[in-house]
Design a protein around this ligand. Sequence first.
Ligand code: SAM
Ligand code: ZN
Length: 399
Amino acid sequence: MAHLLYSYRHIRQPSKTYTFTILEALAASGLRSIRYAKEIPNIKYIIANDLDLDAVDLINKNVEYNELSKDFVRANQGDACSVLYQHRSFPDRFDVIDLDPYGTAAPFIDGAVQAVEEGGLLCVTCTDLANLTGSNYPEKCYANYGSIPVKGEFCHEMALRILLHTLSTSAAKYRRRIIPLLCCSIDFYIRIFVRVVTSPVEVKNNPCKTSMLYVCTGCHSYYTQPLAKVTGKNTYVPMVGPIVNNSCEHCENKFHVGGPIWTHSIHDKQFVLRMLEHVKESNNETYQTHSRMLGMLSVIMEELDIPLFHNLSALAGTLHCTSPSLKTFCSAILNKGYKVSASHAMAGSVKTDAPMSVIWDIFRSWIQLHPVTMKNIKENSPARKILAIEPRFYYTSKC
Ligand SMILES: C[S@@+](CC[C@H](N)C(=O)[O-])C[C@H]1O[C@@H](n2cnc3c(N)ncnc32)[C@H](O)[C@@H]1O
Ligand SMILES: [Zn+2]
């Protein structure tokens, strides 16, 4: 993650040399703190903290082994929460706080949003994706994050947005807001990087950046609705809702209600661009995962700033048809005048501002050229309901 802190330093003090303090609150062997110490310039000191005494012994051994000073990488035994609460006020706060627990980071978030310096960087990992993606125990996700997950192809991005919701509401209690710089879904975990800034005026915008999520139980069409909006004179009012009918306009099934989730930006593209440039200047020797980082950051650079996404095979599965190629489908969306991109969170994803009516219409038109066997499709199924309507869009050779 040296490349990331490198970019962060660039934002913070473009001209002066700024020296950082870093807290790795759950450091285990201290391997990450040692990498920070060896790879990032301008660090004042790092606290590598762990609850476990054996881990702290190991941190000290690793510091010695790597010929680093114990004043530079300071091993500390303590409960991460206590350490965070002891550093809530200036000048004890940390420029960077890294939370990398087993499972959920939820118990450490309240302390972390207070103990990070003004404009500082919070790096948070969560590995409890079974809860965050709604695979099981939605009540557990609600207990930890104050949000209900709904099953869907977009679930890994939803997990990022649930964590951001928790961070933004936690920070808001202390008149602070979060500015997401980069939020990644990677393999079996999520990792997010946000700045934290005191800004009571911006905190008022939180309900406009936060939405409820409606997902049809039949065709899986999804909709987001912000919790509030601003009227003319800086007055915040609740939204009129829900945004959906009692049953789905496409397949007549009911909706699951999820959220609240963060629906504002999850990446700062200027920041991502600087990271990408830094990674491009590096090679496999600097970063062993160089090509993966390059790939992921390049996709993120192109990612539309629109919440959630569709999956082409899943949409085709709902209609029991063969799937158009990604290129064909995306061309059709562009042809209709909407934007489209991939999401880094899933291969074959389609992120678009096209409404569900357009998505289904494109599929109806595709099915006219690539018919489905209707006798295999159950009466009253979502496919029957959606395909009962004539398409208003027609695939052409240009699509
Ligand atoms: C996933 S490991 C950290 C891995 C480490 N960040 C790395 O990159 O190698 C989680 C660590 O958190 C520690 N831990 C668990 N609860 C803690 C707490 N309340 N305070 C501090 N450390 C804690 C565990 O002892 C364990 O070493
Ligand atoms: Zn539906």
